[in-house]
Design a protein around this ligand. Sequence first.
Ligand code: SF4
Length: 397
Amino acid sequence: MTTRRITRAIKVGSSVVGGNAPILIQTMTAVKTRDVDAVVSSITQLAKAGAGLVRVAVDSQEDAAALAEIRKRVDANLSVDLQENFKLAEKVAPYVDKIRYNPGKLFRLEPEKPWQKKVEYLVKVALDNDCALRVGVNCGSLDPAIVARFQEDADAPNPADPLIASALEHVDFLETIGFQRYCVSIKDSDPKTVVLANKRFAELRPDVPLHLGVTEAGLPPRGILKTRVALEPLLAEGIGETLRVSLTVPADQKTEEIEAGRLILANVASGEIATPSLLDDDALNIVSCPSCSRVENSRFVELVKKVEEATAYARGYPFTIAVMGCRVNGPGETDGADIGLWCGGERVNLKSGATLIGSFGYDEIIDKTLELLNAKIKIYNASQIDLNRMGPDGLLA
Ligand code: SF4
Protein backbone atom coordinates (compact mmCIF):
# COMPACT_ATOMS: atom_id res chain seq x y z
CA MET A 1 0.00 0.00 0.00
CA THR A 2 1.48 3.34 -1.07
CA THR A 3 1.73 6.08 1.52
CA ARG A 4 1.19 9.43 -0.14
CA ARG A 5 3.36 12.26 1.05
CA ILE A 6 1.39 15.34 2.07
CA THR A 7 2.41 18.49 0.24
CA ARG A 8 0.80 21.87 0.58
CA ALA A 9 -2.60 21.97 -1.11
CA ILE A 10 -3.30 24.44 -3.91
CA LYS A 11 -6.76 25.26 -5.18
CA VAL A 12 -7.19 25.03 -8.97
CA GLY A 13 -10.75 26.00 -9.83
CA SER A 14 -13.05 23.44 -8.22
CA SER A 15 -10.16 21.00 -7.68
CA VAL A 16 -7.32 20.80 -5.21
CA VAL A 17 -3.81 19.68 -6.13
CA GLY A 18 -1.79 18.27 -3.23
CA GLY A 19 -2.70 17.90 0.43
CA ASN A 20 -5.06 14.99 0.89
CA ALA A 21 -6.73 15.46 -2.50
CA PRO A 22 -6.82 12.53 -4.96
CA ILE A 23 -4.19 12.60 -7.72
CA LEU A 24 -5.59 14.76 -10.49
CA ILE A 25 -5.33 13.59 -14.11
CA GLN A 26 -5.00 16.36 -16.67
CA THR A 27 -4.57 16.79 -20.38
CA MET A 28 -4.41 19.44 -23.10
CA THR A 29 -6.45 20.38 -26.16
CA ALA A 30 -4.86 19.98 -29.61
CA VAL A 31 -7.20 22.01 -31.80
CA LYS A 32 -6.66 25.64 -32.78
CA THR A 33 -7.53 27.78 -29.74
CA ARG A 34 -9.20 30.39 -31.96
CA ASP A 35 -11.64 27.71 -33.20
CA VAL A 36 -14.01 28.19 -30.26
CA ASP A 37 -16.49 25.45 -31.23
CA ALA A 38 -13.74 22.85 -31.65
CA VAL A 39 -12.08 23.76 -28.33
CA VAL A 40 -15.41 23.72 -26.46
CA SER A 41 -16.19 20.32 -27.93
CA SER A 42 -12.73 18.98 -27.02
CA ILE A 43 -12.81 20.31 -23.44
CA THR A 44 -16.32 18.92 -22.91
CA GLN A 45 -15.21 15.50 -24.17
CA LEU A 46 -12.06 15.51 -22.01
CA ALA A 47 -13.84 16.65 -18.85
CA LYS A 48 -16.48 13.96 -19.38
CA ALA A 49 -13.69 11.38 -19.69
CA GLY A 50 -12.35 12.43 -16.29
CA ALA A 51 -9.85 15.25 -16.85
CA GLY A 52 -9.68 17.28 -13.64
CA LEU A 53 -7.94 20.10 -15.50
CA VAL A 54 -7.66 20.88 -19.21
CA ARG A 55 -4.84 23.04 -20.56
CA VAL A 56 -5.20 25.30 -23.58
CA ALA A 57 -2.31 27.00 -25.39
CA VAL A 58 -2.56 30.74 -26.05
CA ASP A 59 -0.10 32.51 -28.33
CA SER A 60 -1.92 35.59 -29.61
CA GLN A 61 -4.53 38.22 -28.82
CA GLU A 62 -6.91 36.24 -31.03
CA ASP A 63 -6.38 33.10 -28.92
CA ALA A 64 -6.86 35.15 -25.75
CA ALA A 65 -10.16 36.56 -27.05
CA ALA A 66 -11.28 33.03 -27.97
CA LEU A 67 -10.57 31.85 -24.42
CA ALA A 68 -13.06 34.38 -23.06
CA GLU A 69 -15.74 32.79 -25.28
CA ILE A 70 -14.63 29.26 -24.40
CA ARG A 71 -14.91 30.02 -20.66
CA LYS A 72 -18.57 31.02 -21.08
CA ARG A 73 -19.37 27.62 -22.58
CA VAL A 74 -17.49 25.15 -20.35
CA ASP A 75 -17.43 24.44 -16.60
CA ALA A 76 -14.17 22.45 -16.62
CA ASN A 77 -11.14 23.66 -14.70
CA LEU A 78 -8.88 25.37 -17.22
CA SER A 79 -5.17 26.00 -17.35
CA VAL A 80 -3.48 28.22 -19.92
CA ASP A 81 -0.10 27.43 -21.45
CA LEU A 82 2.03 30.51 -22.05
CA GLN A 83 5.44 29.94 -23.56
CA GLU A 84 7.30 33.14 -24.48
CA ASN A 85 4.08 35.17 -24.55
CA PHE A 86 3.95 35.71 -20.80
CA LYS A 87 2.49 39.18 -21.31
CA LEU A 88 -0.80 37.65 -22.44
CA ALA A 89 -1.32 36.46 -18.85
CA GLU A 90 -3.44 39.46 -17.85
CA LYS A 91 -5.69 38.92 -20.90
CA VAL A 92 -6.41 35.26 -20.16
CA ALA A 93 -6.20 34.98 -16.37
CA PRO A 94 -9.84 36.07 -15.81
CA TYR A 95 -10.94 32.96 -17.75
CA VAL A 96 -8.67 30.26 -16.32
CA ASP A 97 -7.80 28.65 -13.00
CA LYS A 98 -4.10 28.10 -13.51
CA ILE A 99 -1.31 29.62 -15.58
CA ARG A 100 1.60 27.47 -16.71
CA TYR A 101 4.79 29.34 -17.42
CA ASN A 102 8.05 27.89 -18.70
CA PRO A 103 11.19 29.30 -16.98
CA GLY A 104 13.16 28.48 -20.13
CA LYS A 105 11.02 30.71 -22.36
CA LEU A 106 10.76 33.86 -20.26
CA PHE A 107 13.98 35.34 -21.66
CA ARG A 108 12.67 35.61 -25.23
CA LEU A 109 10.27 38.53 -24.86
CA GLU A 110 11.84 41.72 -23.47
CA PRO A 111 15.25 40.03 -23.06
CA GLU A 112 16.67 43.06 -21.25
CA LYS A 113 14.21 42.60 -18.38
CA PRO A 114 15.29 40.18 -15.59
CA TRP A 115 13.17 37.02 -15.35
CA GLN A 116 12.39 37.90 -11.73
CA LYS A 117 10.42 40.95 -12.91
CA LYS A 118 8.45 38.77 -15.32
CA VAL A 119 7.63 36.26 -12.58
CA GLU A 120 6.57 39.10 -10.25
CA TYR A 121 4.18 40.22 -12.99
CA LEU A 122 2.78 36.68 -13.40
CA VAL A 123 2.30 36.38 -9.64
CA LYS A 124 0.42 39.69 -9.52
CA VAL A 125 -1.84 38.55 -12.37
CA ALA A 126 -2.42 35.21 -10.61
CA LEU A 127 -3.29 36.94 -7.31
CA ASP A 128 -5.60 39.45 -9.00
CA ASN A 129 -7.48 36.67 -10.79
CA ASP A 130 -7.58 33.86 -8.20
CA CYS A 131 -5.28 31.62 -10.28
CA ALA A 132 -2.65 29.06 -9.35
CA LEU A 133 0.68 28.88 -11.23
CA ARG A 134 2.70 26.00 -12.60
CA VAL A 135 6.45 26.33 -12.98
CA GLY A 136 6.87 24.01 -15.97
CA VAL A 137 10.50 23.03 -16.57
CA ASN A 138 11.15 21.08 -19.76
CA CYS A 139 14.35 19.43 -21.03
CA GLY A 140 13.91 20.83 -24.54
CA SER A 141 13.61 24.45 -23.51
CA LEU A 142 15.86 24.99 -20.53
CA ASP A 143 16.78 28.54 -19.53
CA PRO A 144 19.99 29.33 -21.50
CA ALA A 145 21.53 30.86 -18.37
CA ILE A 146 21.13 27.53 -16.55
CA VAL A 147 22.49 25.62 -19.55
CA ALA A 148 25.56 27.93 -19.65
CA ARG A 149 26.11 27.51 -15.90
CA PHE A 150 26.20 23.73 -16.19
CA GLN A 151 28.37 23.82 -19.33
CA GLU A 152 31.04 25.67 -17.35
CA ASP A 153 31.10 22.77 -14.90
CA ALA A 154 34.02 20.56 -15.90
CA ASP A 155 32.30 17.41 -14.66
CA ALA A 156 29.58 16.31 -17.04
CA PRO A 157 26.36 16.98 -15.11
CA ASN A 158 23.69 14.43 -14.62
CA PRO A 159 20.96 15.41 -17.14
CA ALA A 160 18.58 15.86 -14.22
CA ASP A 161 20.77 18.49 -12.49
CA PRO A 162 20.05 21.51 -14.74
CA LEU A 163 16.33 20.70 -14.68
CA ILE A 164 16.30 20.60 -10.88
CA ALA A 165 18.38 23.78 -10.68
CA SER A 166 15.93 25.67 -12.89
CA ALA A 167 12.93 24.50 -10.85
CA LEU A 168 14.59 25.35 -7.53
CA GLU A 169 15.62 28.81 -8.73
CA HIS A 170 11.99 29.66 -9.48
CA VAL A 171 10.62 28.01 -6.35
CA ASP A 172 13.06 29.97 -4.19
CA PHE A 173 12.07 33.19 -5.90
CA LEU A 174 8.33 32.54 -5.55
CA GLU A 175 8.79 31.81 -1.85
CA THR A 176 10.88 34.96 -1.40
CA ILE A 177 8.05 37.09 -2.75
CA GLY A 178 5.53 35.21 -0.60
CA PHE A 179 3.65 33.27 -3.30
CA GLN A 180 2.83 29.64 -2.49
CA ARG A 181 -0.10 28.73 -4.71
CA TYR A 182 1.95 26.92 -7.32
CA CYS A 183 3.07 23.47 -8.38
CA VAL A 184 6.15 22.37 -10.29
CA SER A 185 6.72 20.05 -13.21
CA ILE A 186 10.11 18.73 -14.29
CA LYS A 187 9.74 16.87 -17.57
CA ASP A 188 12.20 15.06 -19.80
CA SER A 189 11.71 12.66 -22.70
CA ASP A 190 13.90 10.08 -20.92
CA PRO A 191 11.90 8.27 -18.20
CA LYS A 192 15.05 7.69 -16.11
CA THR A 193 15.75 11.42 -15.96
CA VAL A 194 12.14 12.11 -14.98
CA VAL A 195 12.46 9.70 -12.06
CA LEU A 196 15.82 11.11 -10.93
CA ALA A 197 14.80 14.75 -11.22
CA ASN A 198 11.45 14.39 -9.47
CA LYS A 199 12.83 12.22 -6.66
CA ARG A 200 15.59 14.70 -5.96
CA PHE A 201 13.26 17.69 -6.14
CA ALA A 202 10.81 15.94 -3.80
CA GLU A 203 13.62 15.36 -1.29
CA LEU A 204 14.64 19.01 -1.41
CA ARG A 205 11.13 20.50 -1.45
CA PRO A 206 8.72 17.94 0.00
CA ASP A 207 6.15 20.71 0.53
CA VAL A 208 5.72 21.60 -3.16
CA PRO A 209 3.09 19.68 -5.21
CA LEU A 210 4.49 17.99 -8.31
CA HIS A 211 2.87 17.61 -11.71
CA LEU A 212 4.38 14.45 -13.23
CA GLY A 213 4.87 13.65 -16.90
CA VAL A 214 7.24 12.41 -19.60
CA THR A 215 7.51 15.01 -22.31
CA GLU A 216 7.15 13.83 -25.90
CA ALA A 217 6.39 10.26 -24.83
CA GLY A 218 5.13 9.65 -28.37
CA LEU A 219 2.75 7.19 -29.97
CA PRO A 220 0.87 4.64 -27.92
CA PRO A 221 1.47 1.93 -26.85
CA ARG A 222 5.16 2.81 -26.40
CA GLY A 223 4.36 6.34 -25.15
CA ILE A 224 2.20 4.82 -22.41
CA LEU A 225 4.96 2.37 -21.49
CA LYS A 226 7.59 5.14 -21.26
CA THR A 227 5.27 7.15 -19.02
CA ARG A 228 4.53 4.12 -16.85
CA VAL A 229 8.26 3.45 -16.37
CA ALA A 230 8.72 7.01 -15.09
CA LEU A 231 5.53 7.71 -13.19
CA GLU A 232 4.70 4.40 -11.52
CA PRO A 233 7.88 4.21 -9.39
CA LEU A 234 7.44 7.85 -8.35
CA LEU A 235 3.78 7.43 -7.45
CA ALA A 236 4.62 4.19 -5.62
CA GLU A 237 6.92 6.27 -3.41
CA GLY A 238 4.09 8.70 -2.77
CA ILE A 239 5.50 11.40 -5.08
CA GLY A 240 3.19 13.23 -7.51
CA GLU A 241 -0.02 15.17 -6.97
CA THR A 242 -1.18 15.54 -10.58
CA LEU A 243 -0.12 13.93 -13.86
CA ARG A 244 -0.39 14.02 -17.61
CA VAL A 245 0.36 11.25 -20.12
CA SER A 246 1.51 13.16 -23.25
CA LEU A 247 0.60 10.95 -26.20
CA THR A 248 0.91 11.60 -29.92
CA VAL A 249 -2.69 10.96 -30.86
CA PRO A 250 -5.19 12.93 -32.98
CA ALA A 251 -7.02 15.80 -31.27
CA ASP A 252 -10.29 13.85 -31.08
CA GLN A 253 -8.56 10.92 -29.35
CA LYS A 254 -7.01 12.86 -26.47
CA THR A 255 -9.24 10.96 -24.03
CA GLU A 256 -6.61 8.20 -24.44
CA GLU A 257 -4.34 10.34 -22.25
CA ILE A 258 -6.93 10.22 -19.46
CA GLU A 259 -7.40 6.46 -19.84
CA ALA A 260 -3.62 5.96 -19.68
CA GLY A 261 -3.47 8.13 -16.56
CA ARG A 262 -6.14 5.97 -14.93
CA LEU A 263 -4.25 2.81 -15.91
CA ILE A 264 -1.12 4.17 -14.21
CA LEU A 265 -2.99 5.00 -11.00
CA ALA A 266 -4.65 1.56 -11.02
CA ASN A 267 -1.29 -0.16 -11.53
CA VAL A 268 0.24 1.73 -8.62
CA ALA A 269 -2.75 0.94 -6.40
CA SER A 270 -2.39 -2.78 -7.18
CA GLY A 271 1.41 -2.77 -6.82
CA GLU A 272 2.11 -3.47 -10.53
CA ILE A 273 4.99 -1.06 -11.01
CA ALA A 274 6.67 -0.83 -14.44
CA THR A 275 10.45 -1.18 -14.39
CA PRO A 276 13.06 0.30 -16.78
CA SER A 277 13.83 -3.23 -18.04
CA LEU A 278 10.60 -2.94 -20.08
CA LEU A 279 12.37 -0.38 -22.27
CA ASP A 280 15.37 -1.32 -24.34
CA ASP A 281 18.02 1.41 -23.95
CA ASP A 282 19.93 0.27 -27.04
CA ALA A 283 16.96 0.39 -29.37
CA LEU A 284 15.89 3.08 -31.81
CA ASN A 285 14.01 5.67 -29.77
CA ILE A 286 11.32 7.78 -31.40
CA VAL A 287 10.17 10.76 -29.38
CA SER A 288 7.31 12.92 -30.57
CA CYS A 289 5.28 15.72 -29.07
CA PRO A 290 1.62 15.22 -28.17
CA SER A 291 0.70 18.16 -30.47
CA CYS A 292 -1.38 21.06 -29.23
CA SER A 293 -3.13 24.07 -30.73
CA ARG A 294 0.23 25.21 -32.12
CA VAL A 295 0.63 22.19 -34.40
CA GLU A 296 1.24 23.52 -37.90
CA ASN A 297 -0.18 20.78 -40.08
CA SER A 298 -2.98 18.32 -39.35
CA ARG A 299 -0.82 15.61 -40.97
CA PHE A 300 1.53 15.66 -37.97
CA VAL A 301 0.29 12.51 -36.19
CA GLU A 302 0.24 10.65 -39.51
CA LEU A 303 3.82 11.79 -40.12
CA VAL A 304 4.98 10.37 -36.77
CA LYS A 305 3.32 7.04 -37.59
CA LYS A 306 5.05 6.99 -40.99
CA VAL A 307 8.42 7.70 -39.35
CA GLU A 308 7.86 4.84 -36.93
CA GLU A 309 6.85 2.41 -39.68
CA ALA A 310 9.55 3.43 -42.16
CA THR A 311 12.37 3.18 -39.60
CA ALA A 312 11.26 -0.16 -38.13
CA TYR A 313 14.16 -1.91 -39.95
CA ALA A 314 16.61 0.11 -37.80
CA ARG A 315 15.09 -0.89 -34.45
CA GLY A 316 18.37 -2.34 -33.20
CA TYR A 317 20.33 0.93 -33.54
CA PRO A 318 20.77 3.28 -30.57
CA PHE A 319 19.58 6.47 -32.26
CA THR A 320 16.94 8.93 -31.18
CA ILE A 321 14.60 10.45 -33.76
CA ALA A 322 12.57 13.43 -32.50
CA VAL A 323 9.45 14.61 -34.36
CA MET A 324 7.88 17.90 -33.23
CA GLY A 325 4.74 19.63 -34.43
CA CYS A 326 5.63 23.32 -34.57
CA ARG A 327 8.18 26.11 -34.71
CA VAL A 328 7.57 27.21 -31.09
CA ASN A 329 9.23 24.21 -29.48
CA GLY A 330 10.35 22.18 -32.51
CA PRO A 331 13.75 23.77 -33.16
CA GLY A 332 14.92 23.54 -29.50
CA GLU A 333 13.38 20.20 -28.68
CA THR A 334 15.01 18.41 -31.61
CA ASP A 335 18.55 19.63 -30.79
CA GLY A 336 19.38 16.69 -28.53
CA ALA A 337 18.25 13.98 -30.97
CA ASP A 338 20.38 12.21 -33.58
CA ILE A 339 17.76 13.05 -36.18
CA GLY A 340 15.16 15.78 -35.73
CA LEU A 341 12.07 16.68 -37.72
CA TRP A 342 10.06 19.75 -36.88
CA CYS A 343 6.98 20.75 -38.77
CA GLY A 344 6.15 23.98 -40.53
CA GLY A 345 2.86 24.55 -42.33
CA GLU A 346 3.93 23.18 -45.71
CA ARG A 347 7.42 21.83 -45.08
CA VAL A 348 9.23 19.74 -42.50
CA ASN A 349 12.68 20.75 -41.27
CA LEU A 350 15.21 17.94 -41.05
CA LYS A 351 18.14 18.10 -38.62
CA SER A 352 21.18 16.00 -37.84
CA GLY A 353 21.83 16.77 -34.18
CA ALA A 354 21.57 20.55 -33.87
CA THR A 355 22.43 21.11 -37.58
CA LEU A 356 19.67 21.91 -40.05
CA ILE A 357 19.96 19.73 -43.19
CA GLY A 358 17.10 21.37 -45.09
CA SER A 359 13.33 21.66 -45.28
CA PHE A 360 11.25 19.26 -47.35
CA GLY A 361 7.65 18.72 -48.39
CA TYR A 362 5.49 16.34 -46.34
CA ASP A 363 5.68 13.87 -49.26
CA GLU A 364 9.49 13.96 -49.44
CA ILE A 365 10.47 13.98 -45.79
CA ILE A 366 10.34 10.23 -45.12
CA ASP A 367 12.81 9.47 -47.95
CA LYS A 368 15.12 12.25 -46.74
CA THR A 369 14.92 10.96 -43.17
CA LEU A 370 15.83 7.44 -44.30
CA GLU A 371 18.81 8.76 -46.30
CA LEU A 372 20.10 10.46 -43.16
CA LEU A 373 19.38 7.44 -40.98
CA ASN A 374 21.18 5.09 -43.37
CA ALA A 375 24.23 7.38 -43.40
CA LYS A 376 24.28 7.31 -39.59
CA ILE A 377 23.89 3.52 -39.55
CA LYS A 378 26.87 3.20 -41.91
CA ILE A 379 29.08 5.30 -39.63
CA TYR A 380 27.83 3.42 -36.58
CA ASN A 381 28.53 0.00 -38.16
CA ALA A 382 32.04 1.10 -39.14
CA SER A 383 32.74 2.27 -35.58
CA GLN A 384 31.53 -1.07 -34.19
CA ILE A 385 33.89 -2.96 -36.52
CA ASP A 386 36.75 -0.77 -35.27
CA LEU A 387 35.71 -1.44 -31.66
CA ASN A 388 35.72 -5.20 -32.32
CA ARG A 389 39.24 -4.94 -33.75
CA MET A 390 40.51 -2.94 -30.80
CA GLY A 391 42.95 -4.70 -28.51
CA PRO A 392 43.07 -4.35 -24.71
CA ASP A 393 45.58 -1.49 -25.17
CA GLY A 394 42.95 0.52 -27.08
CA LEU A 395 44.86 0.24 -30.37
CA LEU A 396 43.48 -1.33 -33.55
CA ALA A 397 44.73 -4.89 -33.95
S1 SF4 B 1 6.15 20.93 -30.14
FE1 SF4 B 1 4.67 22.53 -30.68
S2 SF4 B 1 2.86 21.41 -31.42
FE2 SF4 B 1 4.11 19.98 -30.27
S3 SF4 B 1 3.22 20.04 -28.20
FE3 SF4 B 1 5.02 21.41 -28.26
S4 SF4 B 1 4.13 23.42 -28.66
FE4 SF4 B 1 2.55 21.89 -29.24
